[in-house]
Design a protein. Structure first.
Length: 588
C-alpha cells in the first residue's frame, strides 16, 4: 500500500508541475459543445462555450480541434472585453497509463531490479533504458499508424522483436524481446509514464475581464456526419406514411446536452480541405469507415490527405449510375458514400435547411438514430419503361470497351463507374418498372437517402428518395413488373452513303423508324411513362410525345435525343407508339 501511495504522489507531482507551467501562460478554459451543424459530407460546424479563467489577461485552450482554415473564430460574451490576439504553440506533456504488455512493464520499471525468464534461462539485474533519443521521431512515426505512442514503438502490441538491456552482476546483457516469457520486478509499478506534444492556443484579452469571462469559439472539423434513411408504408391506395430518420456518426467531439442541427443542402466550404495554422494537433483524429479517405495512398501519408474530400463530397449519388432491372447485375459498382451526394432537384440547387434536436448527448465514437420527420403523403402508382438504346454501342468512345466486353466477357474491372454504367445500359433488357410517385406535402424538404418501402406492413423494396423540395414530387422504384408487357422494333427506312466526313471518318445518314408496344395485363387502369433515348434527330412522333435534346453533347456527330410519352392504359388494352429519327452511322 505504501508503495502505491509513493507512485501516486509522484504522478500528482508531475501533473502539478505541468499545471503550474500552463498557469504561467494563461488561465484554463472550461467549455463544451453547445451547438453543432452536421453535414452529410462528414463536416460539422461546432460552437463551444464556457468560462475562461483569466491569468495575466490570458486564457488558454487545449486540447485543440483539427479545425479547417478560416473557420476557427474566438469571442467573449461580456461587453467591453475582446480578444486581441490568439497564439498557438506546442508543449511536451507527461501522462500516465497502465502498462499493457511485457515490454511496457519493462519501460515503466527502468532502473528497478527484475527477474527475466526466457526459453533459454532466467536472468536477474537492473532494467536499463533501451531507446536512444535519436530514435524518438522514428518511433513516433511508427506508433502514429497504430493510434498511440509507446517507448518501444508500435511494431507489435507486445513489443516483440525489440531488445531489452539488463545490467547484471557480471555485466550488461541484451535480451531479445521475443524470447521473454515472464518478468517480475522488485518494487515495481504498472504505471507507464509517456510524453507527447499537445497544442495550446493562448488568447490575449483586452478590457476588464476580471478573474473569469464567459467566452467561446466556433470551428469547422471533419469527423461527424449524418446519413438519412426513410421508411415509406403504403397504407392504402392513395396515402403513404413517410418517416425520415437521421443516423449520426460522431468520431471527434463529445456532445453533452447539445443542440444538433442536421443540415439538408449543398455544403460549400472553400477552404474546408486545409488545416488552420492554429490547429496544433499531434495526430489527425482516427476516423471510422464512415469517413472514407482517397484510395491508393499509403497509411503514412493519410494525414496529408485527411481534408482532401472535395471530389467525395461533390460526387453525384451512386444510385444514378446503377443499371436498371434486367441489365448486367453488378456492372455499375456502388460508391461507398451514396448519402453524400449534392442535393439537386429538377428545380435547381437547394438552399440549406436544418432539422434541429435539442439536448442530444453523444460521445465521440458513438452513433445515434434520430427521428426527424413523420408525415402522411399522397402517392400514385407509375409504370415506367425506358426503351433500351441500341445506338450507344456504335459510339466511337464506347466501341473498343464494348467489343472487349463482348469478346472476353470483360466485367468492368478496369473501367470507370460511368463507363460500367454505360455498358450496363447498352445491354439492358426492355422491361417496365413499377414506381410510386410521392407528393411532398410535409412542408419540409426531403433529402437524398435510401428508402425502405412497405405495403400495409409487408416489405416491398429498398430504393432511393432523391432530394425533393416541399410541394414537389419524387418517384421511388418498387420493382420490375411483368404484367406490363413492352417491346420495341426498329427498321431502317433510308440510307445515304457517305453523307458526312468528320475527323477522317465517313458516315452514312440513316433514317430509322422505331415502334414501341405496350400492353396492360393488369386488372386496373395504369399510368405509363415511356422514354425512348437515341443518338440522332427526331423527325416525326405520335401521340403527343415530348422531344428533348441534350445540349451537353452538341459537339458530337449526333445529338442526344429523348422522346417521352405519358398516358393511361386500361386493362387488357394495348398501345403502339412510333418515332422516326435520322442518325449518322460510321462506316469505319
Amino acid at each position: 500500500m505504501r508503495k502505491s501511495v509513493i507512485v501516486s504522489a509522484f504522478v500528482l507531482a508531475v501533473v502539478a508541475a505541468f499545471a503550474a507551467a500552463a498557469a504561467q501562460e494563461g488561465g484554463e478554459f472550461e467549455g463544451k459543445v453547445v451547438t453543432v451543424s452536421v453535414f452529410k459530407n462528414g463536416y460539422g460546424f461546432f460552437r463551444v462555450e464556457g468560462t475562461g479563467q483569466v491569468t495575466d489577461g490570458k486564457v488558454e485552450i487545449s486540447p485543440l480541434p483539427a479545425a479547417s482554415l478560416g473557420t476557427w473564430w474566438f469571442y467573449t460574451r461580456r461587453d467591453g472585453v475582446t480578444i486581441s490576439q490568439a497564439t498557438a504553440a506546442q508543449r511536451d506533456i507527461s501522462k500516465s497509463r497502465p502498462a499493457l504488455s511485457i515490454m511496457e512493464v519493462i519501460a515503466a520499471n527502468v532502473g528497478n531490479r527484475a527477474r527475466v525468464a526466457t526459453e533459454y534461462g532466467t536472468y536477474e539485474g537492473v532494467l536499463m533504458p533501451n531507446m536512444p533519443a535519436s530514435d524518438t521521431r522514428q518511433q513516433d512515426a511508427e506508433a502514429a499508424a497504430y493510434g498511440r505512442r509507446t517507448p518501444f514503438g508500435a511494431g507489435s502490441a507486445s513489443g516483440q522483436g525489440r531488445d531489452v538491456t539488463l545490467k547484471t552482476d557480471e555485466g550488461v546483457m541484451s535480451i531479445r524481446g521475443s524470447d521473454i516469457r515472464t518478468i517480475s520486478v522488485t518494487n515495481g509499478t504498472n504505471d507507464l509514464a509517456e510524453k507527447e506534444k499537445r497544442g495550446y492556443v493562448t488568447l490575449v484579452l483586452s478590457g476588464n475581464a476580471g478573474r473569469s469571462v464567459p467566452m467561446g469559439y466556433q470551428f469547422l472539423e471533419k469527423g461527424i456526419r449524418w446519413i438519412p434513411s426513410y421508411r415509406i408504408d403504403l397504407t392504402d391506395e392513395k396515402a403513404a406514411a413517410l418517416v425520415l430518420q437521421g443516423e449520426v456518426v460522431n468520431d471527434i467531439q463529445d456532445l453533452d446536452s447539445a443542440t444538433l442541427q442536421l443540415v439538408v443542402g449543398v455544403p460549400n466550404f472553400l477552404a474546408g480541405g486545409a488545416l488552420s495554422p492554429l490547429a496544433y494537433v499531434a495526430e489527425m483524429p482516427r476516423l471510422s469507415m464512415f469517413f472514407p479517405q482517397p484510395q491508393g495512398q499509403e497509411d503514412r501519408n493519410r494525414d496529408m490527405y485527411y481534408f482532401s474530400n472535395a471530389a467525395w463530397s461533390q460526387s453525384v449519388s451512386s444510385w444514378e449510375a446503377r443499371p436498371m432491372s434486367g441489365g448486367l447485375a453488378g456492372m455499375a459498382p456502388m460508391a461507398s458514400d451514396f448519402a453524400a451526394g449534392p442535393e439537386i432537384s429538377s428545380e435547381g440547387v437547394s438552399d440549406l435547411f436544418y432539422y434541429s434536436r435539442e439536448n442530444v448527448t453523444l460521445h465521440a465514437d458513438e452513433r445515434a438514430s434520430l427521428t426527424l420527420l413523420s408525415a402522411q403523403v399522397a402517392y400514385r402508382d407509375i409504370y415506367k419503361w425506358t426503351a433500351a438504346d441500341r445506338t450507344l454501342k456504335n459510339r466511337l468512345e464506347y466501341q473498343r470497351v464494348y467489343e472487349r466486353w463482348v469478346d472476353s466477357g470483360f466485367g468492368g474491372g478496369n473501367v470507370s463507374r460511368d463507363m460500367a454504367a454505360k455498358l450496363a445500359e447498352m445491354n439492358r433488357q426492355d422491361i417496365a418498372e413499377h414506381y410510386v410517385r410521392l407528393e411532398n406535402t410535409s412542408g419540409k424538404p426531403l433529402t437524398s437517402g435510401p428508402a425502405l418501402l412497405f405495403s400495409k406492413g409487408s416489405i416491398l423494396a429498398q430504393d432511393e428518395v432523391k432530394y425533393t423540395p416541399a410541394g414537389g414530387t419524387v418517384d421511388v422504384k418498387i420493382t420490375a413488373t411483368p404484367d406490363i408487357k413492352v417491346s420495341q422494333k426498329e427498321e431502317e427506312i433510308d440510307r445515304k452513303r457517305n453523307a458526312l466526313t468528320s475527323d477522317g471518318r465517313e458516315y452514312d445518314l440513316v433514317v430509322v423508324e422505331s415502334t414501341m408496344s405496350v400492353k396492360n395485363f393488369k386488372k386496373e387502369t395504369v399510368h405509363v411513362v415511356v422514354t425512348k433515348p437515341f443518338d440522332g434527330t427526331a423527325s416525326e412522333t405520335t401521340d403527343g410525345a415530348t422531344v428533348t435534346t441534350d445540349t451537353s453533347e452538341l459537339a458530337s456527330v449526333n445529338p442526344r435525343t429523348v422522346v417521352e410519352w405519358e398516358f393511361d392504359l386500361e386493362p387488357d388494352a394495348s398501345k403502339e407508339l412510333t418515332c422516326s429519327y435520322s442518325t449518322y452511322a460510321t462506316t469505319r
